[in-house]
Write a protein that binds this ligand. Sequence first.
Ligand SMILES: N[C@@H](CCC(=O)N[C@@H](CS)C(=O)NCC(=O)O)C(=O)O
Length: 256
Amino acid sequence: MFDLLSSVMASSARAWRGAAAFSGAKTKQPEQMLVLYDIEACPYCRLVREVLSELDLDALIYPCPVGGMRFRPDALDISGVSQFPLLLDLNTGDQLLESADIIDHLYKHYGNASRSASRGLRRQLAVSTSMAATAARSVGGVRGMNATPSISAQQPLELFSFEASPYSRPVRELLTELEIPYRLRNFAKSRWQEMGPPVVRSRWFPDAPITSPNRLRMRELTGRSQVPYLIDPNTGVSMFESVDIMVYLKDTYGSK
Ligand SMILES: N[C@@H](CCC(=O)N[C@@H](CS)C(=O)NCC(=O)O)C(=O)O
C-alpha cells in the first residue's frame, strides 16, 4: 500500500505527465526501435520517458543503474562519458546525451515539430519536480537507481507500461536494478474514455474504438487493457499484476 502511495506521489509531483498520448495519428513511428540507455530513478531520464509515452513511442531500454556492469560499459563506449539518458536513433543515425536535446529530437522527428523541450525557468521546474518524484520513491531507500546482483536475460523482455502508471513504475524500477533489458511498449491513454483504472473503460465505454497500436495488440493478445503487462520470451511467461510480475522477476533473474 505504501509502495503504491509513494508511486502515486511521484506521478503527482510531475502532474501526471506521461499518462496521456492524445497526439494519435500525428505521431510517426520510427521504423527501427529507439534505444535508450536509462536509469529509472534518474530525473532527467524520466523527462525523456514522459515524452516517449506522450508520443506513443516504443523504445528498447538498456538499464544502467549505478554500479551496473551489463550495459554501462557499452554506453561509455558509445558516448565517451558516463551520462544518462543516452538515446540512439538508428533511423536518423543520431546519438544524443542531453535530455533536452533528446526531447527536441523526439518532437522533431516523431511528433509535432513545433514543440520543443522546455528551457529556462520551465526547465528548472521540470527538473526539480522530477527530482521530487525520485525523492518520493526514495523513502526507505532509493528505488530504481542502484544495481543488484542478477542473472542476465538472453533476450529483452517486453513491458507494456506508461510513464505515470503507479503500478508500472515499481516493475520498471526492479528491471533497472536487475539490469534486465526490455522493449518498452508505451500504453498511454489515447482517448479520454481510457482515463482512470481499466474498469472505467470496460464498464462505461466498452465500445469506444481503440486507437493506440499497443492497446490494439494487447486486446488481441489478452482481451484486456491493463498495465503493467510483461512478456518474457526467454521463458514463454506473460503476466499481469505488478506484485506477481515482481515476484516472477526476482525468482527468475535475481541472484540467489
Ligand atoms: N544535463 C543532463 C544531466 C544528466 C545527468 O546528470 N544524469 C545523471 C543520472 S540522473 C548521470 O548521468 N550520472 C552519471 C552516472 O550515473 O554515471 C541531462 O539533462 O540529460
